[in-house]
Design a protein. Structure first.
Length: 296
């Protein structure tokens, strides 16, 4: 089996829209929204007595009409150290084995506390021979303490995500920017060190649009590469915040032209040496503007 390469080789995913696993009538609508990717949630969004029915609904979708959605679909499992989490994982692996055309791209593991949570799931996927990716939710003190190790646990790991609600509860602090800044920073550092994406938590107050914009600017300035959302109305703001300015795009194009002209040797732009980190930044800017132009 050959896995898709690391996240840097994917088109950038700016927005991830959550949809409850217990609301199958919303699955296709979520995939038809302007979001870059969808997360079908079998964990917090599903009541304990509805877990089995939700799992069946998700499997029906990703094995049937989910084949043609056109965007990445991930499924957030229940805790992999629980019976429901194990059932979720096995169902998805078996579904992918039975239907190679399904477009489910991966699973998200909640409350990851150590690298072994990721490696266990990766080993099951290896044994099933399925090309699924993994996302890890860091939302506990234990997970933050092990963030750097978790982020490098498997080649299947595409991103880490910050979970603010459970983190605030674990830290015994309000779910506010200042209270959670240190934990957020650790998630970004871990992702950067592993060269994978970093997703920030969704904004839950749909009425406070100004607060949403303000926090989103902070989030992307800190180093998060994308943001999750709980409603389609939040997507446009995420995309706008991640659309590079014209001047940045022009500079990125100049950097890439100078780098390519250097043909692997010394490259300069306006008398300044161009090094690989600057090239990587230019590539991300150009990929983001290409994504934005593609929506027009």
């Amino acid at each position: 089996m050959s896995l898709i390469d690391t996240a840097s080789n994917y088109p950038p995913i700016r927005s991830w829209l959550f949809v409850p696993g217990s609301r199958p009538e919303r699955f296709a609508k979520a995939c038809a929204s302007s979001a870059d990717a969808v997360i079908i949630d079998l964990e917090d969004a599903v009541a304990p007595e509805a877990k089995n029915a939700a799992r069946e609904a998700v499997m029906s979708f990703i094995s049937g009409q989910g084949n043609d959605v056109g965007i990445p679909v991930y499924v957030r499992l229940n805790n992999i150290r629980s019976l429901n989490g194990i059932r979720d994982l096995l169902a998805i692996c078996e579904g992918v084995c039975a239907n190679a055309e399904t477009t489910v791209e991966g699973v998200i593991l909640p409350k990851v506390s150590c690298a072994e949570d990721v490696t266990l799931v990766a080993e099951v996927m290896d044994d099933a021979d399925v090309p699924l990716q993994i996302g890890a939710l860091l939302e506990t003190v234990a997970g933050i303490e092990q963030a750097a190790t978790i982020a490098k646990a498997s080649a299947r790991l595409r991103f880490v995500m910050f979970g603010g609600a459970d983190m605030a509860l674990d830290l015994r602090v309000p779910m506010e920017w200042e209270s959670l800044l240190a934990a957020r920073t650790e998630v970004v550092r871990a992702a950067a060190g592993a060269k994978i994406d970093a997703l920030d938590m969704p904004w839950i107050d749909l009425e406070d649009k100004e607060g949403y914009i303000r926090e989103m600017k902070r989030s992307f300035s800190l180093g998060f590469t994308s943001r999750t959302a709980i409603h389609p109305s939040q997507i446009a703001a995420i995309h706008a915040a991640l659309t590079p300015a014209d001047a940045d795009v022009a500079h990125a194009r100049d950097v890439m032209a100078a780098w390519e002209n250097g043909a692997g040797g010394v490259a300069t732009l306006n008398g300044k040496l161009i090094e690989k980190p600057l090239v990587a930044q230019a590539k991300r800017i150009l990929s983001l503007i290409e994504r934005a132009i593609g929506e027009d």
